[in-house]
Design a binder for this molecule. Structure first.
Ligand code: ZN
Length: 146
């Protein structure tokens, strides 16, 4: 009983940390994520990224995905993905540099990906980006683990 009460107090005292295990981002009919930085709590067992495409164009014309890698790997992941083609979400199968990735979605669709932070280093630089051809220069942001 006492332990349960303390757990409840802990949860009430840190709503921010609790919420930071799940983040939301939006994309549309342009080359832009709604956020430049996503921050998650280093204490999260699992992180979930929810992405909604609020535009109207189909995935093969203005599709977007959300892919996470170390910042130094991002460009190479995009280049490898462009050869993989639309049917493979412009992501190279088995690419070990990809930490997490959603499929490519079009207007009106939503997607999400959940992954563990195990093995990730908060002092390392991570970047999220879109692998749809031509989108990477504009569609990328910083993924922070605090
Ligand atoms: Zn895109």
């Amino acid at each position: 009983m006492k332990r349960a009460a303390m757990l409840l107090l802990t949860l009430l005292a840190s709503p921010g940390a609790f919420a930071a295990c799940e983040v939301r981002i939006e994309v549309g009919d342009n080359l832009e994520y709604s956020k430049d930085v996503l921050t998650v709590d280093a204490g999260c067992d699992t992180v979930t990224v929810n992405m909604a495409h609020t535009g109207q164009l189909p995935a093969n014309a203005m599709g977007h995905d959300w892919v996470l890698s170390e910042t130094g790997d991002a460009r190479a992941v995009v280049d490898a993905g462009s050869d993989a083609g639309f049917d493979n979400d412009y992501q190279k199968a088995g690419d070990k540099r990809i930490i997490a990735a959603t499929p490519i979605i079009g207007g009106g669709e939503s997607t999400s990906v959940s992954f563990s932070l195990e093995g990730l280093d908060p002092s390392q630089s991570y970047t999220f980006f879109c692998t749809f051809p031509g989108h990477y220069p504009a569609m990328k942001g910083t993924f922070e683990i605090e």
